[in-house]
Design a protein around this ligand. Structure first.
Ligand code: AMP
Length: 108
């Protein structure tokens, strides 16, 4: 079981920001920016390439927009997912990062 599956199962703790039946949002344990959230679908999906239910993506985008509004991220944010080894994915369970609170620069 990967770390996000364990968090979803309640086997290890996480700092939860939002939760519904399909999606969990937590604070990243090693934040790369003042705001660093992880959007994790509860469905067992390895990455974006394996995802068949694309409505999950639009739901995560809706939640990201809503949280950005409530957290007053007026200067912007980045919402990204890493896919596979070249994409820099470490945890093999689909998740999106929301980063904000400092200038993030361009993507290399
Ligand atoms: P990725 O490289 O896209 O797979 O991102 C995995 C992210 O999960 C990294 O930013 C880690 O810091 C984060 N992470 C790993 N373990 C935990 C945990 N137990 N709680 C919260 N975030 C975690």
């Amino acid at each position: 079981m990967n770390v996000f599956a364990k968090i979803i199962a309640g086997e290890i703790p996480a700092d939860k920001v939002f939760e519904n039946e399909r999606i969990l949002v937590i604070k990243d344990i090693a934040p790369q920016a003042p705001v660093h959230l992880l959007f994790i679908p509860k469905e067992d999906v390895k990455d974006l390439q394996c995802l068949e239910n694309l409505s999950l993506v639009s739901e995560m985008v809706e939640i990201a927009k809503s949280l950005a509004e409530s957290m007053n991220l007026k200067k912007g944010y980045r919402f990204v997912t890493n896919v596979g080894s070249d994409g820099g994915q470490e945890v093999p369970h689909l998740h999106f990062h929301l980063l904000a609170g400092r200038p993030l620069g361009s993507i290399s």
